[in-house]
Design a protein. Structure first.
Length: 370
């Protein structure tokens, strides 16, 4: 639905009811991905496209029916595929198939949907399969505040909210299955989580072999990776082909000038005090999600002493993961990269980092306080 965010935001602010048709499933080749939407208001104005043109007329008619009094509040499903008899009939000439959910968006949905469409990073979780009374219900999650608003309640809200938060951190729209395991939400639901967010950043300081492996692992996890080092002979794109950018600059100077947020991971691999201390002093004062620094136990102790002398407070030092990574017995740069990214995942998702075989209860943690 974020493909038509500007119009949806305006319609919500104008308190204008509309029908929202969303691609909730794709089979084979299709022109547009899951999460793409078309909307039609009560005056017949339409915005968006879900097929590049070949099924738009049928979707438009379905939207108008859902907006009628008889269809108000009752989401409808439709499936569109290739028409062998007439390639210009209702069907996808590309040979794929689309599952489309059409629902009415009324005044009760406008406040939180308008918030989701206002340009900030956010997610909207939309129930697309399950109990009839839940299909079409939505939950809005704000990236900056963690706010959750919508028409889902109880265990369903907690489970759906957890999935939406995870996908928002990853910056990825996806359809997920929740519930049905008896541990939290007893009902099995299929939820499409629409996400509008930039890729989270991984800032790697130190153009060393470990940085090459970590940049590759970070890219695999969906981070936008930057490698920064003050030494131009080492900080080259050729040495770090998996990084999105390679920057030649003093680490603390680059960090002071670049954009970070609560999803940013800062990984300091230089283990050289002249780089580390000014960099970490700044990083520990920024609202980033993770800060880790490489080095031995001895290096760590000396680093803490120097940071304390640099007027870094004790509560700030508790944010520092040093020595960086989980205890996996890692030796090689590749193994170390797994150790570091495992710690980032555990920290981000409030995991213990312990073997699941040694735990009891649900495998996946549910958020608390909601």
């Amino acid at each position: 639905m974020f493909n038509i965010a500007d119009t949806l935001h305006r319609w919500c602010r104008e308190n204008r009811p509309f029908a929202l048709a969303t691609v909730v499933g794709v089979t084979g080749s299709a022109p547009l991905p899951v999460g793409t939407s078309v909307a039609v208001d009560e005056d017949g104005h339409a915005v968006g496209s879900i097929s590049g043109g070949c099924v738009e007329g049928a979707v438009y008619d379905l939207c108008r029916r859902v907006l009628d009094d008889k269809g108000a509040g009752t989401p409808q499903r439709a499936r569109f595929g290739y028409s062998d008899d007439d390639a210009f009939a209702v069907g996808l000439t590309c040979g794929g198939e689309l599952d489309v959910l059409v629902q009415r968006i009324g005044p009760a949905d406008h406040p939180y949907l308008a918030d989701a469409m206002d340009g900030r990073s956010s997610a909207v979780a939309q129930v697309v399969e399950g109990s009839g009374e839940l299909v079409g219900r939505m939950l809005y999650v704000g990236a900056d505040t963690g706010t959750e608003e919508g028409s889902l309640t109880g265990a369903v809200r907690r489970e759906v909210g957890a999935q939406a938060q995870a996908l928002l951190r990853a910056g990825r729209t996806a359809r997920v299955e929740v519930g049905g395991d008896g541990a939290g939400c007893p009902e099995r639901l299929s939820v499409l989580v629409h996400v509008r967010a930039s890729r989270p950043r991984m800032l790697i300081f130190g153009a060393v072999d470990f940085a090459a492996a970590l940049s590759r692992a970070g890219t695999f996890l969906g981070y936008r990776v930057t490698v920064c080092d003050a030494r131009p002979v080492f900080a080259t794109q050729a040495r770090f082909p998996h990084a999105d950018e390679v920057v030649v600059d003093w680490p603390h100077r680059y960090l002071a000038a670049t954009e970070v947020d609560a999803r940013t991971a800062v990984c300091v691999l230089t283990h050289d005090a002249k780089f580390d201390i000014p960099l970490l002093r700044l990083a520990l004062d920024l609202p980033v999600g993770y800060i880790g620094a490489m080095g031995s136990r001895r290096t760590h102790d000396e680093r803490l002493r120097l940071l304390s002398e640099a007027d870094v407070f004790e509560e700030q030092l508790t944010r520092l993961h040093s020595p960086i990574g989980l205890d996996l017995g890692a030796r090689t740069p590749e193994e170390t990269a797994i150790s570091i990214t495992a710690e980032i995942i555990a920290h981000t998702n409030h995991g213990t980092g312990l073997p699941l075989s040694g735990r009891v209860g649900p495998i996946h943690n549910s958020p608390t306080g909601r």
